[in-house]
Design a protein around this ligand. Structure first.
Ligand SMILES: [Zn+2]
Ligand SMILES: [Zn+2]
Length: 344
């Protein structure tokens, strides 16, 4: 089978690999579509925090496909069924897992990092990490269930966003875009902030969906707050920048009594003067990964056509030329590249 394999720092290549065989509790999935996200790009660059990943490694953790074969103990899925995987596997027995906080399991492993992933014609997954995809959701759309579940956790669980709220999402990467569309689906007034480099692809992508955007390289926080919230400040700010500036400037946009939720993981130490946030009793929260229900929320939003997945998924990159997609992502020329492996 064909597989996209990381072979070094900023080096990926297409290799021929042997098709894996499922163990008793495992499922062989024929991959249809597999997306590329910020963490894949960090891994690709072998950035700090990712250099432990053993290479060569078949990359890819967000994907959709069909069950091709099941192990002897598998009884929840059958051959031909449409599925997606929860790629962050909790251990099931640490304190957090037993305490209902499996998204912050102490011993998690991630497909495509700890084990071979889904940039391949076939991948293997334990039955308990699969979700069935509703019939009306296409496999192309279902490929972004995992990043959408990160957004449903951040917005629906970790923020208190309600209809009519003014919500600022900082950073128009995949998680920022998906957090914005999830908040928009609730009936919030959403603004997404970006930089000069986002004005060619990522901010227009949101504008096309009727979501306001602002380039914070030519607007200061006071002006943004004035223009979008009559000077009051945003009810909720979601930081999806993955950059220290998201935290450092983010608190300038929140209203007193509002909420700040970090979902992006800052690239380096940030310096924040917390006194105004304390005086304004700003609630500061974080969001990491997602839980079973967040995947189901994502699938149901897609089933209801509440998210214009077509506008977000970018299938213009070829799985035979994977380097192109990584390069374009780094240049902000795309938002959610998705490689196509199967047909249908
Ligand atoms: Zn991802
Ligand atoms: Zn655990």
């Amino acid at each position: 089978m064909k597989a996209i394999v990381q072979t070094g720092s900023e080096a990926v290549e297409v290799q021929e690999r042997e098709q894996p065989t499922p163990g008793p509790d495992e499922v062989l999935v024929e991959v249809h579509s597999a997306g590329l996200c910020g963490s894949d790009v960090h891994a690709y660059k072998y950035d700090g925090g990712y250099e432990w990943i053993p290479i060569p490694r078949i990359m890819g953790h967000e994907y959709s496909g069909r069950v091709a074969e099941v192990g002897e103990n598998v009884d929840q899925f059958e051959v031909g069924q449409k599925v997606i995987e929860e790629p962050i596997h909790d251990c099931g027995h640490c304190f957090q897992c037993k305490n209902g906080q499996e998204n912050v399991c102490q011993n998690f492993s991630i497909s495509g990092m700890h084990t071979d992933g889904a940039y391949a014609d076939y991948t293997i997954v334990g039955e308990r990490h699969l979700h069935a995809v509703p019939e009306s959701v296409s496999l192309r759309d279902a490929a972004i269930t995992e990043p959408t579940s990160i957004a449903t956790r951040a917005v629906l669980d970790q923020s208190e966003t309600t209809p009519g709220d003014d919500v600022l999402v900082e950073g128009p990467g995949p998680i920022g875009v998906l957090s914005a569309v999830v908040a928009d689906s609730l009936g919030a007034n959403v603004v997404v902030s970006g930089l000069d480099k986002d004005t060619s692809y990522r901010l227009p992508l949101l504008e096309d969906q009727g979501i306001d955007t602002v380039n914070v390289q030519d607007r200061d926080p006071e002006t943004v707050v004035g223009e979008h919230t009559d000077g009051i400040g945003f009810d909720v700010v979601v930081d999806a920048t993955g950059h220290r500036s998201g935290l450092e400037s983010g608190l300038d946009y929140v209203r007193k009594g509002g909420q700040f939720v970090m979902v992006g993981i800052p690239n380096e130490e940030a310096e924040v003067f917390m006194a105004p946030a304390v005086r304004g009793e700003v609630e500061v929260n974080t969001s990491y990964g997602s839980k079973w229900r967040n995947f189901e929320q994502a699938l149901r939003l897609m089933e209801r056509d509440a998210i214009d997945v077509d506008a977000i998924v970018d299938t213009s990159y070829d799985a035979d030329e994977p380097e192109e997609a990584f390069r374009a992502f780094l240049e902000s020329e795309t938002c959610k590249p998705v490689f196509t492996f199967g047909e249908d």
